[in-house]
Design a protein around this ligand. Sequence first.
Ligand code: GUN
Ligand code: FE
Length: 439
Amino acid sequence: MERQLLGLRGFLIDAPAFGALRSKRRGALIIENSRIVEVGDFDDLRRSERARGLEWIDHGAAAIFPGLIDCHTHLPQYPAVARGESELLPWLRENIFPVERDFTGPKAREQAPQFFHELARHGTTTAMVYSAIYEDSCDVGFEAAKASGLRVILGKVMMDVGSYGTLQPRKVVSVSLLESERLCRKWHGAEDGRLEYAFSPRFAVTCSEKLMRGAAEMATRFNAYLQTHLAENKEEIEKVHHLFMGARDYTHVYEKCGLLTPKTVLGHCIHLNSREIAAIAAAQSNIAHCPTSNFFLGSGLMKLDQLMKAGINIGLGSDVAAGPELNMWQVMRAAIDVQKARANYEPNLRPLRPNEALHLATQGGAKALGKADKIGSLDPGKEADLVIVDLASIAPYSKDRQSLDDLSPDDVVALCVYRGGPHATVQTYVRGQRVYERG
Ligand code: GUN
Ligand code: FE
């Protein structure tokens, strides 16, 4: 293969550890094939041996961040964003199950490519995604993910209780498992590992114990991911208590089925007791914190400090369509707002800083997905998943490189968190390949 070299110039910013921001104002990085090979000052790198004959990509007043990581979102639900003003269970029944039920055939084929294009336009380079219950909904999702160039972990939703409504088509356990296995065999590890499979039992309300056990066994057999929802809403938790009387708590239902593994990503986890937190930590399972969704459905305020203190890896998720946007900057902002809201009635609570929210959306998410050594920061050797943000489109007046010189790295991160979005995404890269470019 011919050696591909690419030089990117900009204000480099990453958050390799919680609370630690790293930056290079007049920075640059060199990508060789799919990896970052050099990071430094533009003036040094441009004179380096490696940069000989290199063409530099320079967008002026631009910041270069690691690509954003969305640890929890739903492909079929995007058309239903901002719809319905109720809590989780009625919202699912009235607004979500109808759109998911229709996500098959030509409709799925039409929407899936648009969904992944939207992710790239928002600067998201890695996403962990649920499709609908149908095999084809997941298959066309993978086809679209493949074509998009994004890094995607995807799985077919599994439900055998209630499904999309009692009168709707349902999948018996054996069919659900068979279809999931087929999809996993076809897609897990495809595109040199860019695409991976997640067994996706929806949540304990719509899954039998047999289905959950089967999903856990298969995920272990194929070394694939597992994703599900846990303790998002009080009515949901009540329902699970009634359905699984023998379990000590909601988390115990998943534990008994073998669903808590180091490759498990649990959505939400708002209402957990200390036993549940300890069990998740002991199993080295991971949590996707979905604050825009939690605000939209009024689900509750995440006890981020307690979960982090227990040593659980936490990433952020847009949880579209309960979250109204794929915009991870908005998700970071909401994560900060959740802790501000808690601080009103929990004294001495530590606030979440913009640079810490950035960590959760990059290196933190990478760690939650077991990819901390591959993506999440701008270290040489990492795969080149990046987003270039046009600072002129988010700063109030400043328009050129010089006029932005007064901004500290923390200022830039805060501007992005509070005002960032697709309008400011200039380019998005995955493995050194451009997957989005602003027109
Ligand atoms: N719990 C079970 N299914 C869902 C879903 O689709 N979205 C959210 N937010 N919570 C769920
Ligand atoms: Fe969800």
